[in-house]
Design a protein around this ligand. Structure first.
Ligand SMILES: Nc1nc2c(ncn2[C@@H]2O[C@H](COP(=O)(O)OP(=O)(O)O)[C@@H](O)[C@H]2O)c(=O)[nH]1
Ligand SMILES: [Mg+2]
Length: 460
């Protein structure tokens, strides 16, 4: 058999590196025959599905490793086909050696996400659930874990499916009307249809409204520390992450690149970016740094403006603030170095950065640190952690599908109001059904599927 064309796939499902054990997974119709060729059980007999088998992996007469093997019979496995899982010793060489042996005996190396793709193709789960598997693996905080776990349970899919089912029913009734078009009958009451469209839109709207929070759960909050040179931005980053991450000196222009650190605040991931001080400069490296700082501020969910509160603002500083001021971005102004006294006036700040919260701080004496962290905590709590059982939209792809569905439903409503014929309504119902179907993978295009599964880890 040419392994290249094999439909049986294999991969090391645990991370590369040394560990107590590693798990190698084989999936496809040759999984069990391959195991028979490369494995001698300690106790002879026919392997029972879902029972642990202790024995040796062998390469001809050569004992390779002592392992535990598990056999799952189709369809009762993650991908829904025959699966063998081998728990071997977790060394880099040993796992590659066994994987190579498996491939030599008829499997091919799995693509990223191929086990999950098969699970989806075999209807073991829908597309939104498969995405949740990837999100669970990526999760770094409780908020991300929870949002993904609820989605994996199928709560989002269920909400989508209920609406889609109703649309399918109405679509079928409209088809019937078309078949009987000479007789001018209405199988689907226009009032009932209108009501259904309205309630579906309401439900979809509440999902849409959850997107900002859902995104924060999944991706966290990107917080850029921005400000003039030498005001204590790097000192603040170090204080927040409690380590000497960024270089702190009294020489203005020390930080050139964007330095990122991650911090878990109340279960929400904060990606904190320390940036180069904003000033007009001729130095090409510093200039690039300033541009990167500005970009970080533009891409951030939250901007922490750090200013030296002990010195009046210079005109250059005011110009910089004006240039970067983005009314829609959330911001907190930190007046640092309060241990040296306060010179900057609140009213001036309020004029320059309207709507921002202003905090006084000294990184050196730690005065005001607690208040800053409390403010960030509040932001995390109000912004994220899903309530028990709450469904949040976490992906742009889902939001897009729901937005398109709502547009179709609006148009269908208008068609009803204008008394248009059933073809027009049917067309929008079809559009709405398809857009919802894309979210759960009923009507998703091949290239989108490929993109989704290629983002998965190897061996999942
Ligand atoms: N007095 C005082 N000095 C500070 C404070 N925070 C930072 N500094 C000092 O200010 C200088 C510049 O700090 P740094 O964090 O490198 O500023 P950046 O250029 O904004 O990143 C260093 O000498 C720090 O020790 C503070 O709260 N009070
Ligand atoms: Mg710095």
């Amino acid at each position: 058999m040419f392994a290249r064309f094999s439909n049986t796939i294999a991969a090391v499902s645990t991370p590369r590196g040394k560990g107590g054990i590693a798990v190698i997974r084989i999936s496809g119709e040759d999984a069990a025959p391959i195991l028979r060729k490369i494995f001698t059980p300690a106790i002879k007999g026919t392997p029972k599905p879902r029972c642990a088998l202790h024995g040796w992996i062998i390469d001809g007469a050569e004992p390779v490793d002592e392992v535990i093997a598990l056999y799952f019979q189709s369809p009762k496995s993650y991908p829904g086909e025959d699966v063998v899982e081998i728990s071997c010793h977790g060394g880099l060489f040993i796992t590659e050696r066994i994987l190579e042996l498996i491939v030599r005996n008829g499997a091919r190396i799995a693509n990223p996400g191929e086990f999950s793709e098969r699970a989806y193709l075999n209807r073991r789960m829908d597309l939104a659930q498969a995405e949740a598997v990837a999100d669970l693996i990526q999760a770094e905080t409780e908020a991300a874990r929870r949002a993904a776990a609820y989605q994996l349970e199928g709560r989002l899919s269920e909400r989508i499916r209920v609406i889609r089912q109703e649309l399918i029913r109405l679509g079928a009734l409209l088809e019937l009307e078309l078949d009987f078009s000479d007789e001018d009958v209405e199988f689907a009451s226009r009032d009932e249809m209108g009501d259904l469209f309205h309630s579906a839109q309401k439900d979809l709207k509440s999902l849409l409204d959850s997107f900002n929070r859902g995104r924060v759960c999944r991706e966290g909050i990107r917080m850029a520390i921005i400000g003039p040179p030498n005001v204590g931005k790097s000192s603040l980053l170090n204080a927040l992450v409690e380590k000497e991450r960024a270089i702190v000196t009294d020489i203005p222009g020390t930080t050139r690149d964007v330095i990122e650190e991650r911090l878990d605040i109340e279960g929400v991931l904060f990606t904190i970016m320390d940036t180069a001080g904003l000033r007009e400069t001729m130095d090409p490296i510093e200039k690039e740094g300033v541009q990167r700082a500005e970009k970080s501020a533009q891409d951030a969910d939250l901007v922490l403006w750090v200013l030296d509160g002990s010195e009046p603002l210079s005109n250059e500083e005011k110009r910089m603030i004006n240039r970067l001021e983005e009314p829609t971005v959330k911001k907190i102004v930190v007046l640092n170095k309060m241990d040296l006294g306060i010179q900057v006036k609140q009213v001036i700040i309020q004029k320059l950065l309207p709507g921002s919260q202003i905090l006084r701080l000294s990184v050196t004496t730690e005065e005001g640190m607690v208040e800053l962290i409390e403010t960030l905590k509040k932001m995390a709590l109000s912004g994220a952690l899903p309530h028990e059982g709450e469904v949040l939209l976490t992906r742009e792809r889902h939001r897009d599908g729901i937005q398109r569905t709502m547009t179709h439903l609006q148009e269908a409503c208008q068609s009803i109001e204008k008394g248009m014929s059933q073809e027009f309504i049917a067309l929008d119902i079809r559009g709405a059904m398809d857009a919802l179907g894309e979210i759960i993978g009923e009507t998703t295009a091949e290239d989108i599927l490929n993109k989704i599964f290629s983002d998965f880890c190897i061996g999942k």
